[in-house]
Design a binder for this molecule. Structure first.
Ligand code: GLA
Length: 395
C-alpha cells in the first residue's frame, strides 16, 4: 500500500518535471515526514524524544539549467518561484513555502554547496500543517538536493542542525531538533531514541509485524501554534532558570517536587510548575516506553502513551477537544479491541494522534475511529498506518 503511494508520488513528480521543463530530471531526492511515538515538547528542554520517519515524504526532481538561479515548481502550492543561489538572501517578512526553500538553499550555499542553476519540481504527500513535519521534510529534501547538485556532503547531523536553523531564521519558528533529525537520520524499521542534550541517537527496531503504527489526522488546526509554542518554550526556560539549571532535562522528578515553591507565584499561579512537571515526567515516560517496546511489554507501552497524552492535555495544555476525542475513542476500544496505546503527536493544538495497534485489527479500529469521530466532532478524520521509513536519500 505505502510502496504504491511512494511510487505514485515519484511517477507524478517525474511526469510534472517533463511537462514543465521538457526533459527528464537528472536528480531525485526524498525526505520523509515523521510521527513522534512519545517524548513531546522535550527536545528544546534537552530531553528525550522517540520519533520515527513515516512512509510519506517530499520528493524533489531536478536538473541543472543554464540559469544562475533555481526555478522551482511546487505541486502542492500550484506555484512556481525563482530562488537566488545566494547565501545572504534575507528572510521574507511573511512566511510562505518559499521561505523554507530559500532558507535551505541559502544555508546550503553558505555551507559550501556550489550548486549550478537548476530547475526543480517539489511534490509531497505529507499532509501540510498536520503535525507530521511537512516543513522539516521540505527543508531536509532541499538540503539533500543541494548536497547532490553542489557536490558536498554535510553529514546527516550537520544537515539536520542546519535545517533547524532554516526553520528558526526563515520560518521564524523556534523549534527543537526532533523533526529535522528524524527526517535526516531515520532508518527503515526503526524508531529513534534521541537524547536531545548530547544529540546522540539510538535506533530501536520496530519490526514486530503484529503491531502497527496508526496515525489519525483530526483535520483541525487551531491557529494557536504561532504564539503558544514560544510561550511553552519560554516557560520551560524560566522554570529551568529558577531551578538553577541550564535545561529542564537536568532536573529529576524528586528535585522538581522538592523545589515546587520556586515555580509558584502570584503572577503565574502553578503554570510554570505544570509545564516543568510535564517536561520532566515526559523524559521518564519516554525512556520507560522505549525499554518496554524492546521487551514487548505492551501494557507498559500503552500506559506511557496515555500518561503522556493526559500530561500534554492537562499540564502542558497543548491538546484540543478534537484530539482528545480521538484518544478517548482509541482508549475505549482498548487492548481487547487491539489498541495498545494512543496520544497526541507533534506540537499540538490539532494535527494528529498516534496509536500503536494490533495489525490484524487495523481495519476495524480505523472504521470505529472514523465513525465515532464523525459522530462526536462532525468532521472526517484521515487515518493511515505506516511502518518506520528511511530518512532523507538520493533516489
Ligand atoms: C514541533 C517542533 C519540535 C518539537 C515538537 C513537540 O514539532 O518542531 O521541535 O518541539 O513540536 O514535541
Amino acid at each position: 500500500m505505502s510502496e504504491r503511494l511512494f511510487e505514485e508520488l515519484l511517477d507524478e513528480t517525474k511526469r510534472l518535471f517533463v511537462e514543465k521543463y521538457g526533459v527528464a530530471p537528472q536528480v531525485l531526492v526524498a525526505a520523509p515526514g515523521r510521527v513522534n511515538l512519545i517524548g513531546e515538547h522535550t527536545d528544546y528542554n534537552g530531553g528525550f524524544v522517540f520519533p520515527m520517519a513515516i512512509e510519506r515524504c517530499t520528493i524533489i526532481a531536478a536538473s541543472p539549467s543554464a540559469a544562475s538561479s533555481a526555478t522551482i515548481f511546487s505541486n502542492n502550492m500550484g506555484a512556481t518561484a525563482d530562488f537566488p543561489l545566494d547565501p545572504d538572501v534575507a528572510p521574507a517578512d511573511k512566511v510562505e513555502w518559499t521561505s523554507y526553500v530559500q532558507g535551505a538553499i541559502s544555508m546550503s550555499v553558505k555551507k559550501g554547496a556550489k550548486a549550478p542553476g537548476f530547475n526543480a519540481v517539489i511534490n509531497s504527500n505529507v499532509p501540510l500543517g498536520g503535525g507530521l513535519s511537512s516543513s522539516a521534510s521540505l527543508e531536509v529534501a532541499v538540503a539533500t538536493l543541494m548536497e547532490e547538485l553542489g557536490g558536498v556532503s554535510f553529514g546527516k547531523v550537520e544537515k539536520a542542525l542546519m535545517c533547524q536553523q532554516v526553520e528558526h531564521v526563515y520560518a521564524k519558528m523556534a523549534c527543537g531538533i526532533m523533526d529535522q533529525f528524524i527526517s535526516a537520520l531515520g532508518e527503515k524499521d526503526h524508531a529513534m531514541l534521541l537524547d536531545c542534550r548530547s544529540q546522540e541517537s539510538k535506533m530501536i527496531p520496530l519490526t514486530d509485524p503484529s503491531v502497527s503504527v496508526l496515525i489519525a489526522n483530526s483535520n483541525v488546526k487551531h491557529a494557536l501554534t504561532g504564539s503558544e509554542y514560544p510561550e511553552r518554550r519560554a516557560s520551560c526556560e524560566e522554570a529551568a532558570r529558577r531551578l538553577g539549571v541550564k535545561l529542564l532535562r537536568d532536573v529529576d522528578l524528586e528535585t522538581l517536587l522538592a523545589s515546587k515553591d520556586k515555580l509558584i507565584d502570584e503572577e503565574n499561579g502553578d503554570r510554570l510548575f505544570k509545564r516543568a512537571f510535564h517536561a520532566v515526567g515526559e523524559d521518564v515516560r519516554t525512556l520507560k516506553m522505549a525499554d518496554a517496546l524492546v521487551a514487548g511489554d505492551w501494557e507498559t507501552v500503552g500506559a506511557q502513551m496515555y500518561a503522556s497524552h493526559y500530561s500534554l492535555r492537562d499540564d502542558y495544555e497543548v491538546s484540543c477537544p478534537e484530539i482528545d476525542v480521538l484518544v478517548e475513542i482509541a482508549r475505549n476500544i482498548g487492548m481487547e479491541g487491539g489498541v495498545i496505546g494512543s496520544r497526541i503527536t507533534g506540537g499540538g493544538f490539532g494535527g494528529c494522534t498516534v496509536s500503536l495497534v494490533k495489525t490484524d485489527k487495523v481495519d476495524e479500529i480505523t472504521r470505529i475511529l472514523k465513525e465515532e469521530y464523525k459522530n462526536q466532532v462532525g468532521k472526517e478524520a484521515t487515518i493511515f498506518s505506516t511502518r518506520p521509513a528511511q530518512g532523507a536519500r538520493v533516489l
